[in-house]
Design a protein around this ligand. Structure first.
Ligand code: SIN
Length: 284
């Protein structure tokens, strides 16, 4: 029942400098031009990514091509099932809020598109316009949330699976996308409540407020009560860090073991950028 610090896979950095945000989650990485990363530098970034779950970079200048090339270092790029993309770049999702916005992306705890059969393993967000204050993104370690559970609760959760749905998230916000290969349908998937990270081998709680709708094999009342308990547990500030954006900052987060929450406290100011996500494996 103790929160453990992630194993340090690559603390011996030669090309980059890594400054942890908290012992649990987050690190600011300096000494990198993400638009021109060589293989050795990328290996170090990947180690920092594994160790810290989300890594932050300042003063970056990414074209859509370079942004996509960076994402492809992690794997095949994901196309969001509902959100708007940059013209001519279906893999580059637009994140934008201004005085006309009624909703903004990510304004609640979630992991990206966990309603997909193979949800994005990671996301790289690049913001070019930020409000004069506010607009921070919070991140939370689901390793730490899992580690802190009692052994009895871990044993109870181990065989459980949960439904992740998206209609209630996307329908009011985006409608169905023009020319969507999914034909206007909204993805749904069943995933384990606890997943094992394919790189670190660590276990992480894998339910989130946005997409997880019920736990299979429990009554509706039991499922609601257990999800509410897990959601409240995940939101302990001890598992969190908070990133203050500046124009041209980049955050790269691991959706397999971290959740995030984009705080919309800056209305009517503008916050704008683009993100790419990378298709992950089927959670197991
Ligand atoms: C998201 O991708 O969930 C939005 C994150 C953000 O805008 O900070």
């Amino acid at each position: 029942m103790s929160t453990t610090t992630p194993p340090r896979l690559g603390s011996d950095y030669r090309r980059i400098t890594v400054d942890p945000t908290t012992p649990i989650i987050g690190a600011e990485v300096t000494g990198v031009d993400l638009g021109a990363v060589d293989d050795e530098t990328w290996t170090e970034i990947e180690h920092a990514f594994s160790d810290h779950l989300v890594v932050f970079f300042r003063d970056q200048h990414l074209t859509p091509e370079r942004h996509m090339a960076l994402g492809r270092r992690l794997g095949e790029l994901h196309v969001h099932p509902a959100a708007p993309s940059l013209a001519g770049y279906p893999e580059v999702m637009v994140i934008h809020a201004d005085e006309r916005s009624k909703v903004v992306a990510g304004n609640g705890w979630h992991t990206d598109v966990s309603c997909d059969e193979r949800p994005p393993l990671g996301t790289i967000l690049y913001l070019t316009r930020t409000p004069s204050s506010g607009g921070d993104t919070m991140f939370a370690s689901m390793y730490a949330a899992y580690d802190d559970l009692s052994d009895t609760m871990k044993a109870f959760l181990a065989p459980l699976q949960a439904e992740h749905a998206s209609r209630h998230v996307y329908a009011g916000r985006y409608g169905s996308k023009e020319g969507d290969s999914r034909d206007g349908s909204f993805p749904e998937a069943i995933h384990p409540v606890v997943r094992t990270h394919p790189v670190t081998g660590r276990r992480a709680l894998y339910v989130n407020r946005a997409f997880t709708t019920r736990i299979l094999g429990l009554s509706a009342t039991e499922s609601r009560a257990l999800l509410d308990l897990l959601f409240a547990h995940q939101e302990n500030p001890k598992y969190q860090c908070r990133f203050r954006w500046q124009p041209n900052s980049v955050a790269m987060w691991d959706n397999r073991c971290a959740q995030h929450f984009a705080i919309w406290d800056y209305f009517p100011e503008v916050r704008s950028g683009v993100r790419v996500s990378v298709i992950g494996d089927r959670p197991s």
